[in-house]
Design a protein around this ligand. Structure first.
Ligand code: AMP
Ligand code: GLY
Length: 420
């Protein structure tokens, strides 16, 4: 089979890597990919906004199915577009992708189906939002609607911080804003919970925990993710059953009633408060870097899982996992998440990976036959082990061997599951 993967980050390198492990896959194309994917797939440089060009390439090269990695093309309706041309795609359609594309869509769904989430209000103008905030308890959470690459969320400690948030959102900092959301601050522990669905049936696809803040101790600015570990320490049959019954199933039912189905990975970002799950957000894709910690633990042929989803036969399959822990640490370019340089050389030639160690490229490209940086998050270093402590030690050892002067990384990823 020939398969295409859309995207260019560490998640997409991990997807290509997992597909490559299958003897059923003859050729992988990655649109547009990175230096890592170029060693196992053919990188095709097509602008992801140009659906027609993408469709023509897929048709001309008779690609059997497409996996969409990032949210933007999903929210823009790439699945609906490609399916109109009889192309098989793994990913949710435009209606279902609103789960990530519009926080207000998701909140309304939560309201209708009694899905536990933070209490919230929707405000369409500044005056009303500010007057509501005058009488609130702090901290409070203020969110832009729509996609904001993880940046449109403010946790405000007082009225003055909150008014800055409201002003920035309505001034269009995250794109044209017709509405914003003000919601109750939930105090608990976060958990990333994944399922995979074929539109008829679904299966759990693991749990993880990411570290979004740039500095050790979970301090500093939010980033795309500085590292992750899997499973979450909260993962238990009892909690997972609650999540499925109170959050996942009502969501899938709600989509069905909108005449949509959910096909693809669904990632619930949860806050667990006193053993009770609350939905913070949905993502209509795999997490990045959570995906890089999950896929190396997969025993079942990944291409078979996706093929079963495309054929709506997922119920036939038992998905098997290695009963291991895994940790991913993200090597970033100095200055990230603010300004950083690109085109910095990285030398990976002398590295010898053991069979439980993995390097997934994120922001890299090949320039004059060498690997150079091409983004803020550059490499994802992952180890699988029977315990978190040795997984982290082995990952840190590899990072020291990479010894990239232009980069930095957090040494405390997984601190909640590792006793020093
Ligand atoms: P989001 O983009 O909605 O996932 O929000 C980004 C981050 O803000 C989350 O990962 C949480 O750490 C935090 N956050 C969002 N909503 C809330 C909330 N209602 N209570 C507490 N923290 C929140
Ligand atoms: N790791 C957070 C995300 O993928 O959105």
């Amino acid at each position: 089979m020939k398969v295409g993967v859309i995207g260019s980050g560490g998640r997409e390198h991990a997807l290509c890597f997992s597909l490559k492990n299958s003897n059923k896959i003859k050729q992988i194309y990655c649109f547009p990919g990175n230096a890592g994917t170029s060693s196992i797939a053919k990188n095709i440089d097509i602008n992801l906004n140009d659906f027609e060009k993408l469709k023509n390439f897929i048709k001309e090269n008779r690609i059997d199915f497409i996996i969409v990695g990032p949210e933007k093309p999903l929210v823009d309706g790439i699945v609906d577009y490609l399916e109109r041309f009889d192309i098989k795609v793994f990913g949710p359609n435009k209606i279902a992708s609103q789960l990530e594309g519009s926080k207000i869509f998701t909140k309304k769904l939560c309201d209708k189906y009694n899905i536990p989430t933070a209490k919230f209000g929707i405000f369409s103008n500044k005056v009303k939002a500010l007057s509501f905030l005058k009488n609130c308890n702090f901290p409070i959470v203020i969110k832009a609607d729509g996609l904001a690459a993880g940046k449109g969320v403010y946790i405000s400690e007082n009225y003055s911080e909150a008014s800055i948030a409201v002003n920035e959102i309505f001034a269009g900092k995250f794109g044209k804003a017709e509405n914003l959301l003000i919601e109750e601050f939930l105090k608990g522990e976060e958990m990333s919970f994944f399922i995979i669905s074929d539109g008829q049936s679904y299966k759990m696809f693991g749990t993880a925990q990411d570290h979004k803040r740039v500095f050790e101790g979970d301090l500093g600015k939010n980033t795309g993710g500085m590292g992750a570990y899997s499973p979450s320490r909260l993962d238990s049959e009892k909690l997972n059953t609650k999540i499925i019954n109170k959050i996942i199933e009502p969501t899938l039912k709600g989509l069905k009633e909108l005449n949509s189905v959910y096909k693809g990975f669904l990632y619930a970002g949860l806050m667990i408060v006193n053993d009770e799950p609350f939905l913070i957000e949905y993502n209509v894709r795999m997490g990045d870097p959570e995906c890089q910690t999950l896929l190396p633990k997969l025993k079942t042929d990944f291409s078979l899982i996706i093929k079963k989803c495309i054929d709506q036969k997922l119920h036939d399959l038992t998905i098997e996992w290695h009963d291991d822990k895994s940790i991913c640490i993200v090597l970033c370019s100095k200055g990230y998440p603010d300004t950083y340089k690109n085109n910095l050389k990285i030398n990976l030639e002398k590295l010898n990976l053991e069979k439980n160690q993995f390097i997934f490229h994120a922001g890299t490209k090949i320039s004059n036959n060498t690997i150079v940086s091409n983004g803020g998050r550059v490499l994802n270093v992952v180890t699988r082990s029977n315990n978190f402590k040795s997984a982290r030690e082995s990952t840190l050892k590899l990072l020291r061997e990479i010894n990239w002067d232009d980069g930095f990384y957090r040494k405390d990823i997984g601190y909640k599951v590792i006793k020093e």
